[in-house]
Design a protein around this ligand. Structure first.
Ligand code: HEC
Length: 138
């Protein structure tokens, strides 16, 4: 609903500021942009669902609970530190950036074993989905 109001609003503004000839062109352009935004919104939702699924299928839940430390830090703790330090979860999962949440060597080794073991076989999309899910945990 809101989106269609936005489209109409945008279109109205652009129409009044453009010549007659361009009307159709501009309308198409606006519609394409709105479609792209809608797709992104839908993707983000799917991503979180996929991430949630992966988080449990790939056994992340064994060591990471939403709100309590089990073996690894809680999801909330991880996201909090990543937000504070402007970290990149996907980069960490790709093994491209070091641990910043728990830097105890023994702890890092446990997570590193996962990264080297099975996380390396996940696709970029799957890693992005895992990160999206972790960020969605409230
Ligand atoms: C066997 C237990 C275990 C499993 C399974 C596990 N982790 Fe971890 N994880 C840890 C431990 C321990 C740490 C703390 C060391 C560290 O921060 O690197 C950690 C840390 C992390 C961190 C924070 C890294 C940082 O910057 O400090 C992220 C993100 C993470 N895990 C994601 C995942 C994801 C996603 C999965 C599933 C694909 C997963 N973990 C599976 C034990 C585990």
């Amino acid at each position: 609903m809101k989106k269609s109001v936005l489209v109409l609003g945008l279109a109205a503004v652009i129409f009044t500021s453009c010549g007659e000839k361009k009307k159709e062109e501009v309308k198409k352009e606006v519609e394409t942009k709105v479609e792209a935004v809608e797709e992104k919104v839908a993707d983000a939702g799917d991503n979180i669902e996929l991430g949630k699924q992966l988080f449990s299928d790939k056994t992340c839940t064994t060591c990471h609970q939403p709100d309590a430390k089990v073996i690894g830090p809680s999801i909330k703790e991880i996201v909090k530190v990543y937000d504070e330090q402007n970290g990149d979860l996907v980069k960490f999962l790709k093994g491209e950036s070091p641990a910043i949440v728990d830097t105890d060597p023994g702890q890092v080794a446990i997570m590193k074993a996962n990264l080297d073991g099975f996380v390396k076989d996940l696709t970029g999309d799957e890693l992005a989905a895992l990160a999206a899910y972790m960020r969605s945990v409230k």
